[in-house]
Design a protein around this ligand. Sequence first.
Ligand code: ATP
Ligand code: MG
Length: 432
Amino acid sequence: MAKQGQIKAIKGMKDVLPDETRDWLRVEALCAQLFGNRGYKQIRTPIMESTNLFARSIGAETDIVSKEMYTFEDRNGDSLTLRPEGTASCVRAGIEHGLFYNKQQRLWYVGPMFRHERPQKGRYRQFHQVGVECYGWSTPDIEAEVFSMIKQLFNKLGLQNVVLYINSLGDSDSRARYKAALVLYLQGFIKDLDEDSKRRLNTNPLRILDSKNERVQAILKDAPSILDFLSEDSRARFDELQNYLKALEIEYQVEPRLVRGLDYYNDTVFEWVNHDYGAQATVCGGGRYDLMVEQMGGQATPAFGFGMGLERLIEMLREQNAPNLVEDDRLDAFIVSVGKTSRSQALKIQQNLTQNGLSAALHVGEGSMKNQFKKADKSGASLAIIIGEQESEDYAANVKILRKDLLEANPNFQQISIAQEEVFNFVTNLLN
Ligand code: ATP
Ligand code: MG
């Protein structure tokens, strides 16, 4: 029961509790490993930026900028925003530190993002993304590399039933011709469009394809396809990408209505979707944004990247009982001790074991031998190390095997007393 006056977390912002963080650490460690294996380097940017960074890069007509940002004035009267996504900050930092100046960069990041949306399954106000951004490559082979990396991550985690949808938004010419055709089509349904879509018909018609309004989505079913408006160049690079995907045996579907929720994309856009998960089914999305770096004041630099929602990813894995989500973090030893002198020796043994890479837990505070043994059993530790009063006087320790398979592998092993300074070597030999 909540006490009166008790302070709670902010709506839509979740604590990740001790029993859940293991999954998070596993996912983050795997990202670091898989991305690192291909030469991607992590970048860490502040979680707050000047508001106009997002307004300029993401686009004023997007849901994010028009209604979802956490924007406020700080004590100096400057307008700041909690970052709603990671790409704008990467571009800002890259320009500011000359990371793109005649250079190529493979970057990745992980961290919290903030959007004032209606909280529901898979949609929170603080959520976490892992993302990748590649700068300096204009050809689709870099895109194929990124798809392969995402697929690898899903495979290692055991995520199933995710479908990759890809589309091409073409270059500026392709989009201009398509926009004209789309507007013409939608004007025929103008009285059925919602207010947002009506406005966007004039400001940014492509955004309408991204509408979450069901009536609008129904109208869009027969809308012209952007793929019929691609320039020769854009068509060729889209074909090239698909050839790479086939060579890598990465399954995909072409979805001509996919535009993604941000204004800055050109050519390739994509989403990975798990249809079993419910309405918030997209776990990862991204695309190419070749014009943004120059538009933000840098040297023209082609760019490609994605953002992946970690809450959605982890919840999907849990729903699927993914076997690879949790890495075994077995405890090597549980140290039992009675009295202050033996406790002091137990602390020293724990320090020594953990310093040398083993894991060891310790009973803290007073407690009967019986009670401590119960805890040792429950801990799942491979071994118990026991320092009773007699052992303490003799600077000795008893070692006992707790883990079943280890007992079976050492059928003749009895509880054995050894010198305390031998514990590390003894335990290491026994566990190997
Ligand atoms: P959606 O259509 O679900 O609103 P989006 O197009 O706004 O997604 P992006 O901006 O592309 O999403 O963000 C990339 C990923 O981040 C999404 O695919 C999703 O997994 C995750 N994500 C986005 N918004 C949220 C949120 N409010 N809560 C949890 N995860 C989110
Ligand atoms: Mg959104």
